[in-house]
Design a protein around this ligand. Sequence first.
Ligand code: ZN
Length: 684
Amino acid sequence: MDNPLLQLEGLPPFSLIQPEHVEPAIDQLLSECRSGTEQLLDSNQEFSWINLVEPLEILDDRLSRAWSPVSHMNSVVNSEPLRAAYNACLPKLSEYSTEMGQNERLFNAYKYIREHDPNLDQAQQKSLDNALLDFKLSGVDLPAEKKARFKEISQELSQLGSKFSENLLDATHAWSKLVSDEGELAGLPQSALDLARQTAEQRGEQGWLLTLEFPSYFPVLTYADNRELRHEMYEAYTTRASDLGPDAGKWDNSEIMEQLLNLRHEQAQLLDFDNYAERSLARKMARSGQEVMEFLHDLAARSSKQARAELAELEQFTSEQYGMEQLEAWDIGYYSERLRQHRYSITQEELKPYFPETRVIPGMFDVVGRLYGMQISEINDIDCWHPDVRFYEIRGRDGELRGQFYLDLYARPQKRGGAWMDECASRFVTHQHTQIPVAYLTCNFSPPVGDKPALFTHDEVETLFHEFGHGLHHMLTRIDYPSVSGISGVEWDAVELPSQFMENWCWEREALDLISGHYESGEPIPDEMYQRMTAAKNFQSGMQMVRQLEFAIFDMRIHQEFTPEQGGRIYEILEQVRSEVAVIQPPEFNRFAHGFSHIFGGGYAAGYYSYKWAEVLSADAFSLFEKNGIFDQNTGDSFLHNILEQGGSKNAMDLFVAFRGREPEIDALLRHCGIAADATPRVC
Ligand SMILES: [Zn+2]
């Protein structure tokens, strides 16, 4: 019992967790889950929530809480031994999950409870409805042979997804470029130069070290005058984990992607779906693939004219100002930034001194305090996985502890790119005890350089608000059952509502004053700078919109159109989608799909459209704050009570209507993006 992963009281003891603890702990908990389930099924004649579902949720919760730090550390402090231990557990967990999903006795017991238990509340009913659907989606109704095949596929899928992410991480870290002549880096802002110098020093090198981590890659593509350098890094970045580029074939995801599509298709067909896209939509707010595609094409039709006009403007600008006739993919970001400066004389760099971490973090907490009456404070001396990580707790107006979270802000080697929120513990209340929700908030922002505080771009601040919105959804829930508390059980295409919703506060003067202030003088963002910043807000919003639509349509189509005979046709379909909706055609060598981890290594397969879908909801929800005031207490309380606290206990549409008083309309989104809405609002 000295395995730290089995100490399931309180927070995970991160400093004690070693790779050799992982498999024994998971083996033991899986075996307890299995025998516990059998015992519960054997010892009862008449099943109820209290005698079956609750004790099962307790068993599952123990397993989740032990696995959560393992999976989290695998993402943020990856190492060979940890990776091996993590991967050794994936098939076991997948096997267990399918086994439970295919357990007919359990299925019948749940059906019985749903029909006969007289004491079920709304959240319990919803939890059981979800569970019954999940049984079907796990193949509970299938004949034995197909059940076995289903299970095999689930295991392979979880391993392939993990391998996809590993390849991408390895390929990202394999590439770097040491620059010894500062002249080659002309145009780069001082912060990017400082970071490159610090990175070189940390690796014992002289000069400036560039990497494919986002805080290094992005400034080069945006600011470096050296076109060859931009080209070189663009090629390295967009060919990661593929058959092309500087590390061609070394971590090639091609075969994995084909296999993933193939197996997803086969599994969907076992369940009698036409394709994996239909399977994916079975648990979403959207009703059919057709509805999703119509939604995406409708948005494309509304934005493509503006996107084309924006590109034409960029081409005219570069031709007039720089004599450039042919813009390559590695020129777009650079000249777009020039055009933005020309038109609005504003840069991300210029804003950075106003967003020191020391203002942004407490300011964001202040925003949440005003909106929902929550108090957030840091707790010291908590055992974490890295010295940069901090830990906080959230309390309500009455001092009640609502949730806790870890905050891991900076990019570093061995940490997966991007930003995300993940669950450490879920809210879970039984007669015996109350478990407080705990979240991990992970970002990959520029670290502090020298003794300055970390200075964030406004984009980074927006990302932070986004992830914090997910975190609040997880932590402020009032639902007592982990299967439908927080983001659990929420339809995936509605899960981005609270996150995208929070981003709006990054643009409002009243909120900005809380989260910004010059890191040296403490002065607020000058008014004229704020004017320029908001004027530039929708710069190239049409181009950004069609880019997201390109990804979303591509994701739907490769899952809808897969056939075993023809295979994935991944780049063929991507080409078609691009010629239909994109305004920028990337070069032949671009291997975007090989790094599209949302759909190949994460949970967004045939679900990437969720970002746009939920953006309609979040923009429309925010429009009520625009009407009533962005810190209006009643509106804040209503969002808290009707959406954040409800988790997955009701359908997302019902929750939205309870808050907004009607179904969602698309025009708020278009207005926020500066894209003209036409007369007929479309309900989604
Ligand atoms: Zn999100």
